[in-house]
Design a protein around this ligand. Structure first.
Ligand code: ATP
Length: 249
């Protein structure tokens, strides 16, 4: 029997006045799959993530998280969902440990004490456990944000540029930790990134978004040659510059 998708979006649109930020996109994320959501600035990536999180109401379309419609069964649908994004920093006046505890309680995370200790070690945060989050460097705050994102062992994880503020060595470590989490627990992940090497390394599938539409979709390691490009970065630039000619190709 096919498994229920971690996330299924159909006909999803968002209009801001005259601006159609997202224009009727449909896609799925399977359990255990990491899907890259790529596209130039303003393509609609964050808008899609905000709608999946229930922060923004879609103008049209439907979002199912593990088969539960977020419009009708919001809290059930979002219970095993989590996210990390630099634009959603954690409370700076709480310590690292307090942050993990508060979010763990909010999500009703089981075995919370043990989980916090594991995440402090896993994200190299133990030495900051009693420091206020607001005093951490941006890379340290990013690691805390990712630890918080895993606190409830989510089945659907939304990551908006999760490695953007990390040095290359830490970014590599974090990528492998997220992959390990997915391998172990079978979460589905929607991952936005502007780093095409990262996408090729980490994503099972990539969706190329341009002006609120999905133009291309496929294996990020095979897509470039399928479209006559040397690598994902060249393909990205071509999609961003000339979406219509690629659409016709
Ligand atoms: P980036 O890579 O720069 O983060 P993005 O792909 O995440 O970009 P969005 O932030 O989703 O893009 O924005 C999509 C479009 O919607 C943009 O044209 C943006 O200007 C517009 N937009 C976003 N939020 C609003 C808003 N509150 N009111 C009006 N327009 C908005």
């Amino acid at each position: 029997m096919p498994s229920i998708p971690a996330l299924a979006a159909s006909g999803l649109s968002k209009r801001y006045g005259d601006v159609l930020a997202v224009g009727g996109v449909s896609f799925e994320v399977a359990p255990g799959e990491i899907v890259g959501l790529l596209g130039p600035n303003g393509a609609g990536k964050t808008t899609i993530i905000s709608m999946v999180l229930g922060v923004l109401e879609p103008s049209a379309g439907r979002i199912l998280i593990q088969g539960k419609d977020i419009a009708a069964r919001r809290s059930e649908a979002l219970e095993r969902t989590n996210f990390a994004a630099v634009y959603a920093p954690l409370p700076g006046n709480l310590t690292v440990r307090e942050n993990l505890r508060v979010f763990g309680l909010l999500y009703g995370a089981p075995r919370l004490k043990r989980r916090i200790e594991d995440l402090l070690d896993g994200f190299d945060l133990r030495k900051f456990a009693d420091s206020k989050a607001g005093f951490l460097s941006s890379g340290e705050q990013t690691r805390l944000g990712l630890a918080k994102a895993l606190i409830n062992e989510p089945s659907l994880l939304l990551l908006d540029e999760p490695t953007a503020s990390l040095d290359p060595a830490t970014a590599r470590e974090i990528r492998s930790k997220i992959r390990e989490f997915v391998r172990r627990g079978g979460a589905g992940v929607l991952w936005t990134s502007h780093n095409m090497h990262e996408v090729a390394e980490v994503c099972d599938r990539a969706l190329f978004l341009s002006r609120g539409q999905i133009l291309l979709e496929g294996d990020p390691r095979r897509l470039p040659s399928q479209h006559g490009k040397a690598n994902l970065e060249e393909l990205f630039i071509a999609v961003a510059r000339e979406p219509l000619s690629l659409e016709a190709a």
